[in-house]
Design a protein around this ligand. Structure first.
Ligand code: NAP
Length: 285
């Protein structure tokens, strides 16, 4: 049976560390990090996610702002808001919930976001920095995946990894970061011929396909490490892309859904915002 990688516990520790650093910053320099969340429309899941971010900001004593825009918002209105947030000294990090309504040029919005406040790495400048192995903000979910893998303290140099899913926000950056950690990476997607054949060779599997229970225990190598990014609702229950009950018998380590990658994503967002604050204010801890 596997060891469970408890993302909830790991993220809790990271939030305590952030809170301590914010206290120090606030006492010594009178500064607290500020995060703005921009979201559009009335998608319930986005609203829950945004409220969770704001709640965590309050917990670690960040300043936060929530900007809900109507579904009929124009591109110019979004750009105006971003420009104001870029200039706002109380705000160190900005996150925009995607997708945007039809007719809005996503690239224009991404480029408009100050690369110094782009704490989820969507501005193409930061994306380019990520793929050229330069120092920039790492996108929150991929950063969380890497931190969960690092939490088990195993030397994975030269080991093989399979990432299932090639989206710009999860699959591709996860594959890049694993490669930067010296794993040998295969990126699979919906057109991959024999997914099982690839998975059976993988020491590390990161599932980010958004397909409930796509990966079963018999598709995994004995003692592999499984990080399940997938969030799917089946019969009103949140499940991952990995069939937990069969995979848990095969893997040496596995993340649960919920309680794995999800809480880490928010912790990484707050870490990036703290880092942005330190850089922008030229402060050291
Ligand atoms: P996405 O943009 O829909 O991309 C899904 C990827 O999976 C695509 O590359 C697709 O291949 C591939 N795929 C789909 N079906 C497949 C199959 N049967 N076999 C192999 N590959 C398959 O999704 P995303 O935004 O990357 O998100 C992926 C999952 O992670 C979703 O469940 C999402 O909710 C979850 N997520 C969780 C967090 C978190 O914090 N926990 C954050 C972000 C996302 P093609 O490219 O060929 O279409």
């Amino acid at each position: 049976m596997s060891n469970i990688i408890n993302g909830r516990e790991i993220s809790k520790k990271r939030l305590i560390e952030i809170e301590e650093k914010v206290k120090y910053l606030s006492d010594k320099y009178g500064k607290v990090p500020g995060l703005a969340v921009v979201y559009i429309g009335n998608d319930k899941a986005s609203e829950v996610y945004v409220n969770t971010i704001i709640k965590k900001c309050t917990k670690v004593h960040f300043y936060s702002e929530k900007h809900l825009l109507s579904e009929n918002v124009s591109e110019d209105e979004i750009l105006d808001l971003i420009n104001n947030l870029n200039k706002n000294e109380k705000i160190n990090g900005i996150i925009i919930q995607f997708p945007l309504p039809k007719g809005i040029d996503e690239n224009k919005i991404k480029f408009a976001l100050s690369y110094e406040k782009d704490v989820d790495c969507i501005n193409p400048i930061n994306v380019g920095m990520l793929y050229s192995n330069s120092k920039s903000f790492l996108p929150c979910t991929p950063k969380g995946v890497i931190e969960l893998i690092k939490s088990i303290n195993q030397d994975l140099t030269g080991k093989s990894a399979v990432v299932v899913g090639r989206s710009n926000i999860v699959g591709k950056p996860v594959a890049e970061l694993l490669q930067q950690e010296n794993l040998t990476v295969t990126l699979c997607h919906s057109k991959t011929k024999d997914l099982k054949e690839h998975l059976l060779r993988a020491d590390v599997v990161v599932a980010a396909a958004g397909r409930a229970n796509l990966i079963k225990g018999d598709m995994l190598k004995e003692n592999c490490i499984v990080i399940d990014v997938g969030t799917n609702v089946v019969d009103g229950k949140l499940v991952g892309d990995v069939e937990f009950d069969s995979a848990v018998k095969k893997a040496s380590y596995i993340t649960p859904v919920p309680g794995g990658v999800g809480p880490m994503t928010i912790a990484m967002l707050l870490e990036n915002t703290l880092e942005a604050c330190l850089k922008q204010c030229e402060l050291k801890l």
